[in-house]
Design a binder for this molecule. Structure first.
Ligand code: ATP
Length: 698
């Protein structure tokens, strides 16, 4: 039977039921129901005794007899109560609806198997609306030992479409279509990856014959799901690589060599060298680079960006860096301007607050090619900004820019410029593979030498005085301190008040002229922000009171203390970013996480993780586990959220295997045209055509 047929082709499904299933569970074709997998299983081999019951509110199964029944009148309606006994004791079964029919159908003093959720009320155990089956019938039927439980909705349950009925539909469906289920992977492939066949997998995922077979069914279906997603992402990358050519930066010229040999302020770390090599390989080969550069906070991405830009300039191109905020763009500009101070390479800054006259100058020097490096914010995307020949666009913290904005930069050229996306928010490898599977990924996984780990502690608000004393000691030594407040959109007014109150109390505790304080928050004008930032950067102020506007990228090596107020309200990656603002110089640095006493268990885990590790990748993994992939930046556009069975967090080993399998396959058969891969090709194109999980990644 064709799996595209509607559900009404299944014995027992009426039009009304079909439209209910479609409306509530989005199941409309046979294929949908076949791939509607149970979310858990009940072990029907386990039987309880009444005397052993404990109040844990779980589903239980018992064998016993109904010895008496009575109907009890209530204010509204009535209920049927049955006394159920086994050889160890008795309990109640209760029905609130349909009990006339039930009363008639139950056989007194006859062995039944009953099943349902255990309730404990007024010292008595009971089960409401149990499933009941005569022991003699139960013995006759061949039962699946692990019984599937499907997710459902209140409307379905209220309409009488119970899990038992749903189970029946799936059973009927399997009987009707089983013989015709097509294999979606070639036999040698299944042998190589030790996968059971599709029929077996589908049968055992719904009605497992044993826990072992269930595990193998899950393995097969998860592998298949992840394999085809990877295949899709990798093919997309392959096609893009073949179709889109990039500019070639053939020579390592004057600017690169001079800077590298004479002006590089430090030796590159091995990780920086490796990443540069990866970039040079891309840009030297007619390929179009589309690379994600992940580096933990302070790992030294800026220098890699600069060397890449010098390579572009040596080959006659211009280069640009786009940052998400004015503060960041300015900082990149200052850092690069400083690094290039002994070189003859022009660099400018363009942001929303660049004055009209300067703006004009920038526009024309960009068009005539005399301006080589332009750094800026979204302002770079305005139509007036026209490069003569943009060779590379470096995008910092890309998740703040939409995909549409990214491609807007492409339109400025005959060929698309190379793209290097830099992020200091590490994305766990597994997620990066799924979300950015079509990008190449480079990782700077090593910090520059001599960095001391930031000592991190968690303190309750009541310890604030000793925190202030500690700040004083550090300032005494000539260091600077950040004090950060949350600013979360929904409660902006309150947060703003907290910030201002905090500022006042810090001003009282740290009075001028002994102490100078800067304050930076989102409501300030850009130039005021910049002015305050600069005072702190120059060391004129010792304390920077700020909201998370300083979260990413701010680089003041002399700042050695980061105090985070209400730290329980921050996400893990935000805390990690904030901590990354200190520990950038040679001094021992500290991060103090202040919080109230009342902490949710998730908040506790976050703070504890911060205290225990400073490895951004480990922190990202914990974050992913706590929040799930849906909340991690960039995942919204990908297929990982629509997975039917696999889980990007828990199924990492399967994902890795599936990805390697897809890579190996494409190496041997990039177009999937070899006869032995016909089955894969057929499944692949069916999946690509199908809506849902596949539409948004194709
Ligand atoms: N190889 C190196 N040896 C010594 N110091 C380095 C090295 N690379 C970078 N640095 C210094 O480390 C600091 C951090 O570098 P950079 O600002 O590029 O980090 P980043 O990766 O951009 O981090 P963030 O995202 O937190 O800004 C800078 O002060 C930089 O000069």
């Amino acid at each position: 039977m064709n799996l595209n047929y509607p559900l009404t082709y299944i014995n027992g499904i009426s039009n009304a039921r079909a439209s209910l299933l479609s409306g509530e569970l989005n199941l409309s074709r046979l294929h949908d129901l076949l791939h509607f997998f149970p979310y858990r299983y009940i072990d029907r081999t386990k039987f309880y005794k009444i005397a052993e019951l404990i109040n844990n509110n779980t589903d239980i199964q018992l064998v016993g007899r109904v010895v008496e029944m009575k109907t009890i009148k209530q204010k509204r309606g009535s209920r049927l109560v049955a006394k159920f006994q086994d050889d160890t004791g008795s309990m109640e079964l209760v029905w609130f609806k349909g009990h006339k029919w039930i009363k008639d159908s139950i056989k007194i003093n006859t062995p039944y198997i009953i099943y349902g959720k255990l309730n404990f009320f007024n010292g008595n155990f009971s089960i409401a609306h149990p499933e009941m089956e005569l022991v003699e019938n139960y013995k006759r039927k061949r039962q699946s030992k692990l019984q599937p439980v499907y997710s459902s909705t209140e409307k379905l349950v209220n309409s009488g479409l119970s899990n038992k009925i749903l189970r029946g539909y799936v059973q009927n469906l399997l009987q009707q279509v089983y013989e015709g289920i097509q294999e979606t992977l070639p036999v040698p492939f299944m042998e190589q990856y030790k996968l059971i066949d599709k029929k077996q997998a589908l049968l055992n995922i719904h009605f497992p014959n044993s826990p072992e077979l269930l595990a193998r069914a899950q393995q097969r279906l998860k592998f298949e799901e992840l394999f085809f997603i990877q295949l899709q992402l990798l093919r997309k990358k392959l096609i893009r690589k073949n179709k889109i050519k990039g500019y070639v930066f053939e020579q390592v010229g004057e600017n690169f060599t001079t800077f590298y040999n004479k002006h590089l302020p430090f030796a590159l770390t091995d990780a920086q060298k490796r990443v540069l090599k990866e970039i040079r390989k891309d840009v030297g080969s007619h390929a179009h680079m589309n690379r994600l550069l992940q580096g933990d906070v302070g790992s030294g991405k800026t220098i890699v960006a600069l060397l890449t830009m010098l390579l572009a300039i040596d080959n006659g191109f211009q280069a640009t860096i786009m940052a998400p905020t004015e503060i960041l763009a300015t900082q990149h500009y200052n850092a690069i301007d400083e690094l290039l101070k002994n070189m003859d390479v022009s660099v400018e800054l363009l942001t929303g607050s660049t004055k009209a006259k300067k703006r004009k100058e920038i526009h024309s020097s960009l068009e005539d090619g005399s301006l080589k490096i332009l750094i800026g914010t979204h302002a770079l995307l305005e139509d007036k900004v026209q490069f003569q020949n943009l060779g590379i666009a470096i995008i910092d913290e890309q998740h703040r820019f939409g995909v549409a904005q990214r491609s807007k930069m492409w339109q400025k050229n005959e060929l698309p410029p190379h793209i290097l996306v830099m992020t200091a928010t590490p994305i766990p490898r597994t997620l990066a593979m799924s979300v950015y599977g079509d990008l190449d990924i480079s990782v700077i996984d090593e910090l520059p030498p001599g960095r001391k780990e930031v000592k991190t502690v968690h303190r309750y608000d009541s310890n604030r005085l000793s925190v202030f004393n500690f700040m004083k000691q550090e300032i005494q030594k000539g260091r600077q301190v950040y004090v950060v407040y949350p600013l979360i959109q929904e409660s902006e007014a309150m947060d703003y008040k907290d910030l201002m109150d905090g500022y006042e109390s810090i001003s009282r505790e740290f009075p001028s002229p002994n102490y100078q304080i800067s304050i930076v928050h989102g409501k300030m004008k850009a130039e005021d922000k910049e002015f305050e930032m600069q005072r702190f950067v120059k060391g004129e102020t010792q304390i920077m009171v700020a909201t998370t506007v300083i979260e990413v990228g701010v680089n003041v090596p002399n700042a050695s203390v980061m105090v985070i107020e209400s730290s329980e309200r921050f996400g893990l990656s935000q805390l990690h970013q904030l901590r990354g603002r200190v520990g950038r110089g040679a001094d021992q640095s500290y991060c103090i996480l202040l919080s109230s006493f009342k902490l949710s268990s998730e908040a506790k885990t976050r703070l504890q993780t911060m205290v225990e590790t400073s490895d951004g990748f480990k922190i990202a993994e914990v974050d992913l586990k706590l929040r799930g992939p849906g909340n991690i930046m960039g995942t919204q556009q990908s297929g990982v959220l629509n997975l039917k069975i696999a889980d990007v967090v828990k199924d990492t080993p399967i994902l890795q295997k599936a990805r390697s399998a897809a890579i190996e396959l494409l190496q041997n058969d990039p177009n999937l045209s070899k006869p032995e891969n016909a089955v894969i090709q057929r499944t692949y194109s069916e999946l690509s055509k199908r809506t849902g999980a596949w539409s948004n990644i194709s």
